[in-house]
Design a binder for this molecule. Structure first.
Ligand SMILES: CC(C)(COP(=O)(O)OP(=O)(O)OC[C@H]1O[C@@H](n2cnc3c(N)ncnc32)[C@H](O)[C@@H]1OP(=O)(O)O)[C@@H](O)C(=O)NCCC(=O)NCCS
Length: 200
């Protein structure tokens, strides 16, 4: 059943989604997903600056100051509110190490559709952390935000990202090309629906 988050006595739904003003960190078997804080910027900058990590990504800035500024902007948003990304940092439950981040945002003009993105630092890759975190975000989007569709975009060459999406129940919806500065980018769109039906 979908929870309806309430301000006063009325559920608040914006652009087909509930908002979650009382966000509580999500817990998985090995991770805590809490909202990113400015002090996370150095650790996030270290892995986002790695050419292997940002090869398929469109981050404008990967320096700590730029990331800190983005985190401050995102921290002011309420999860589920339209208008931009909300980011969670992934911390190991065992010792609090920051291993990566996940973000989510509304898809413009598509009520009920949420887009997600995810990154895990190289030293922590390959042990299932992204799969664990993305499963938690998908469940959160459906159960707390009342989303109807969760979507991920990836480079068609990004096998790891595609595998993470598949393991979260997403299916390939579209292959597309994006042309920019004389370069062609081959992308894929993956989605999972709350009702389990196929979408197009
Ligand atoms: C994509 C990414 C988040 C995966 O993180 P991760 O924690 O290593 O992923 P997991 O350990 O949960 O692995 C998920 C699946 O991908 C597979 N996988 C991971 N890395 C892989 C690689 N380099 N090549 C092929 N498969 C890979 C794993 O084997 C696993 O599948 P399996 O369970 O069937 O064996 C990580 O590689 C990353 O941050 N990449 C750079 C940023 C990025 O591209 N983000 C995605 C765009 S939204």
């Amino acid at each position: 059943m979908t929870n309806r988050w309430k301000l006063g006595s009325r559920p608040v739904r914006l652009a087909g989604m509930d908002i979650d003003p009382d966000f509580q960190p999500l817990e998985t078997e090995r991770l805590i997903l809490r909202r990113s804080r400015p002090e996370d910027a150095e650790a996030i900058s270290t892995y986002r600056s790695d050419p292997e990590v940002n090869r398929h990504q469109g981050w404008e800035r990967t320096d700590a100051d730029g990331i800190r500024d983005e985190i401050k902007v995102m921290a002011a948003r309420t999860p589920g509110e339209p208008g931009g990304w909300v980011q969670l940092s992934l911390l190991e439950r065992e010792d609090g190490s920051l291993v990566g981040d996940v973000g989510f945002t509304h898809a413009d003009g598509e009520p009920g559709v949420i887009k997600i993105g995810y990154t895990v630092a190289p030293v922590f890759q390959g042990v299932g952390y992204a799969s664990e975190a993305v499963a938690a975000i998908v469940a959160y989007a459906f159960e707390r935000l009342g989303a109807t569709v969760v979507r991920a975009y990836a480079s068609a060459e990004n096998i790891a990202s595609i595998r993470v999406a598949e393991k979260a129940g997403m299916r390939l919806m579209e292959r597309f090309e994006h042309h920019s500065d004389g370069e062609t980018w081959h992308g894929v769109r993956y989605e999972v629906r709350r009702d389990g039906a196929s979408s197009s």
